[in-house]
Design a binder for this molecule. Structure first.
Ligand code: AMP
Ligand code: GLY
Length: 424
């Protein structure tokens, strides 16, 4: 099988790694890929999605897997399907679950799926009146995609009103902020649950936990994610059943009934409050860095899983996971997440320790190949992933690997998976 992976991050690299160890896959392409995906396959540059679809036809691509949300919200799946190609991901309409917070919140309300109480509006006076009646802190969200930055948690009402004003005026996020959602603050712990669906059937992957804050102990600004691990012991059978029965199953069913069957990865961002799950958000793709810890756990060939999900045939695959844990520690560049950093050469020590070589690997993200040398050129540079029979073992391997990787300004959190290890 020839597979095309759309995207350029650590998530797409980890999908590439899973495809690389899959015997059904003969060739992998990345569009656009990064400085390290070239080692797994070929990188391709194209002008737009139409152009990429034509490339896929020319090269006899059997399956396309889409990593990030932007191409999905743009309608890449619709474009590829129209040309008769097989592509794993939701259509533009189904991708609205991530593309518009207002669509998502109203969908949840319509189907009685638990979420924080909210108001959607484009009117400042209405927003201000709603805020007056709320308890602090207050959450303000821009409607559209803001690359993970469109959420403000305001400690005080005045701060919430200011955030609304800045969003509605277009000052903060342009058109993406011209409608806002104001919602109650949920105090609990966060979990990410991923389900792969073919529109009707679904399979839930081992639950992962991301670490969004930049610094240890969940301090500092929000980032795209500084590390993740799976499966998490923070979810027991009872909670798992609640998440499946109250959230995942009703979502897949409702999307189908509304005429937008959801095919692809449904990523449910949850807040668990007193053992009850609430939907914070949906994403319509794998999380990054969650994908980097889920792919190593996948026993079923990745191409089979994605192909069957993309062709409405998920029922016919027996999806299996290894009985082990994976921990991923993100190494970020000096100025992440504030501003760009100077390119820094990456030096990786030869791994002579046999166990480490066997239990740890790197998923490359913000890297470029410049004159044959690998440079850190992005915010999140790479993820050191460790696997093991226990979470502690997986974490130890991941951290051992971080010591083998060097670049100027390298920074990372030293406490990935702390909540899980503390809870024992
Ligand atoms: P979102 O993009 O909606 O997931 O929001 C980004 C982050 O903001 C989440 O991962 C949470 O940490 C936080 N957040 C969003 N909504 C709420 C809420 N209603 N209560 C508490 N925290 C929230
Ligand atoms: N790690 C969170 C995300 O990918 O949105």
């Amino acid at each position: 099988m020839r597979v095309l992976v759309v995207g350029s991050g650590g998530r797409e690299y980890s999908i590439g790694l899973a495809l690389k160890r899959d015997k059904n896959v003969e060739e992998i392409f990345f569009a656009p890929g990064n400085g390290a995906t070239m080692e797994l396959g070929k990188n391709v540059e194209t002008a737009d999605w139409e152009d990429l679809a034509d490339f896929a036809i020319e090269r006899g691509i059997d399956l396309t897997v889409v990593g990030p949300e932007a191409p999905l919200v743009d309608g890449i799946v619709d474009i590829f399907r129209k040309k008769g190609l097989i592509i794993f991901g939701p259509t533009q309409k189904a991708a609205m679950l991530e593309g518009s917070k207002i669509y998502m919140k109203n969908f949840l309300k319509r189907h009685d799926i638990p979420t924080a109480a909210f108001l959607e509006t484009e009117d400042f006076e209405e927003a201000a009146a709603f805020i007056e009646d709320m308890k602090e802190p207050i959450v303000v969200k821009a409607d559209g995609l803001c690359a993970g930055k469109g959420v403000i948690i305001a400690k005080e009402k005045s701060e919430a009103k200011k955030a609304v004003m800045e969003m509605l005026s277009g000052e903060a996020f342009g058109d993406a902020g011209k409608r806002v959602v104001i919602e109650e603050y949920l105090d609990g712990y966060e979990l990410s649950v991923f389900a792969i669906s073919d529109g009707e059937n679904y399979v839930i992957l081992p639950a992962a936990q991301d670490h969004k804050r930049l610094m240890d102990n969940d301090e500092g600004p929000n980032t795209g994610g500084m590390g993740a691990y799976a499966p998490t012991p923070l979810i027991d059978r009872e909670l798992y059943a609640k998440i499946e029965n109250r959230i995942v199953a009703p979502t897949i069913k409702a999307m189908r009934e509304e005429g937008n069957p959801f095919e692809g990865v449904l990523f449910v961002g949850l807040m668990i409050v007193d053992s009850e799950p609430y939907v914070l958000e949906y994403n319509v793709r794998f999380g990054d860095p969650e994908c980097e810890v889920l792919m190593p756990l996948l026993k079923t060939p990745a191409s089979e899983l994605f192909f069957k999900a993309a062709t409405g045939d998920l029922k016919s695959v027996n999806i299996e996971f290894y009985d082990k844990y994976a921990v991923g520690v993100v190494l970020a560049s000096e100025n992440y997440p504030y501003s760009k950093s100077k390119p820094a050469e990456i030096i990786i020590d030869e791994i002579v320790h046999k166990d480490l070589a066997e239990h740890a690997h790197i998923s490359f993200a913000g890297v470029s190949l410049i004159e044959g040398k690998l440079y850190a050129t992005g915010g999140r540079v790479l993820v050191c992933v460790g696997t093991g029979k226990t979470l502690q073992e997986a974490r130890d391997y991941a951290y051992l690997l971080t010591g083998q990787v060097h670049f100027a300004g390298k920074k990372y959190r030293s406490d990935i998976a702390y909540q899980a290890l503390k809870s024992r």
